[in-house]
Design a protein around this ligand. Structure first.
Ligand code: PMP
Ligand code: GLN
Length: 361
């Protein structure tokens, strides 16, 4: 969709990256680290400063104590964390439970690792966890469940009771949880992020994944991290060794600085996103697009059923919109009648997109 957006010079609310950048102090540290000769392979696990900062962040934000020396790993973004975790933990034939719709890398990576995917469809309109279907998806071959909260693409923030249900099923069936929490700070309108790993009985069976790209609005930096019990970390570290070995140390140092010294930046992201959502939502509603509830991440999902032409699905609709209206969105798929707006963009861009959509629809 990004390529098509460029070709048609459309207003791109497709790919989820913010228009605003992160703290200047972090950019300064990244470049001075290069001048200070931090330009050779750092440790396989990550520089100690960042691993210590990640451990402190885990304790401070979610009350999850973390031994930086055995329970942290720095990765090339959360994308590599997901890949290394799946390659490290999944054996061929293992079943993995994933909620649909979901972020695009999960299925590909899990299949590559030999997994059998057990999808569980979140229930509309609020993308709630269907308790009976979830319970039915667990069985003797279930190895892991992927839990992404706040959720891409819906903006849903998993509730405590949903997480408690997942925690009890994981313990009942001896299942590992991979917790993709890259949007942990991007919550608003009263929602609170709770990590599955913070719940009783989950510390030894859950791995959390975070991203400096999302936490500091530096998505190009591709610095992420995993925290979790040492026993589960070992095979993930092995996979990381042979995927990428390590991560640029200048960027790691800058992220360590950010976690320790720029909490105000990530604590302010929720309010800024709430304001952008408040700008977009009524305009979309006025056009007849049904906006679904959401309290986190960069994304708003809208129902476009009444604008779909005969035989057209969400993907075809998004292509048509890019070409004919000059606005790029992302199909949610499944289901086939929802589209995702990434509204982490300049207000002027949001206004321009609404104007074009209003004229076209
Ligand atoms: N998980 C989710 C849910 C995401 O939306 C993203 C963003 N691409 C990632 C993981 C990957 O994050 P990173 O850019 O740190 O690799
Ligand atoms: N997480 C972002 C999104 O879902 C971007 C990720 C990507 O482009 N691979 O839009």
């Amino acid at each position: 969709m990004s390529k098509l957006a460029v070709e048609h010079n459309s207003v791109n609310l497709g790919q989820g990256f913010p228009d605003e950048e992160g703290p200047a102090s972090m950019k300064q540290i990244a470049s001075s680290a290069m001048d200070d000769f931090h330009n050779q392979y750092p440790s396989l696990l990550g520089v100690p400063e960042l691993r210590q900062a990640v451990a402190r962040h885990s304790a401070a934000q979610q009350g999850i104590p973390c031994d930086w020396a055995t329970e942290t790993l720095v990765t090339v973004g959360a994308t590599e964390a997901i890949a290394a975790a799946m390659l490290g933990l999944i054996n061929p034939g293992d079943e993995c439970i994933m909620f649909d719709p979901m972020y695009d890398s999960y299925v590909s990576m899990a299949r590559r690792a030999g997994a059998v995917i057990r999808p569980v469809r979140l229930a509309l309109p609020d993308f709630s966890v269907p308790a009976d279907e979830l319970a039915a998806a667990f069985g003797p071959r279930t190895k892991l469940i992927l839990v992404n909260t706040p959720h891409n693409p819906s903006g849903k923030v998993f509730t405590r009771s949903e997480l408690e249900l997942i925690a009890s099923l994981c313990q009942q069936h001896d299942v590992i949880a991979l917790c993709d929490e890259v949007y942990e700070h991007l919550v608003f309108n009263g929602a609170q992020h709770l990590s599955l790993r913070a719940l009783p009985g989950m510390r030894d069976r859950a791995m959390r994944m975070g991203s400096a790209g999302k936490t500091f609005s530096f998505t190009a930096w591709k610095v992420g991290w995993v925290t979790g019990p040492a026993a589960l970390m070992a095979p993930i570290v092995k996979a990381h060794q042979f995927l990428v070995f390590t991560v640029p140390s200048s960027l790691q140092r800058a992220v360590a600085h950010g976690l320790d010294n720029e909490p105000g930046f990530y604590q302010g992201l929720g309010a800024s996103l709430a304001a952008k959502r408040a700008l977009l939502e009524p305009k979309l509603e006025a056009m007849g697009l049904g906006v679904l509830p959401g309290h986190g991440a960069y994304f708003l999902v809208a129902d476009v059923s009444k604008f779909l032409r005969e035989g057209e699905d969400d993907a075809a609709f998004c292509k048509r919109l890019t070409v004919e209206a000059g606005v790029t969105l992302i199909p949610v798929n499944p289901p086939r009648h929802l589209v995702r707006f990434a509204y982490c963009k300049d207000d002027a861009k949001l206004e321009a997109a609404c104007q074009r959509l209003g004229t076209y629809l």
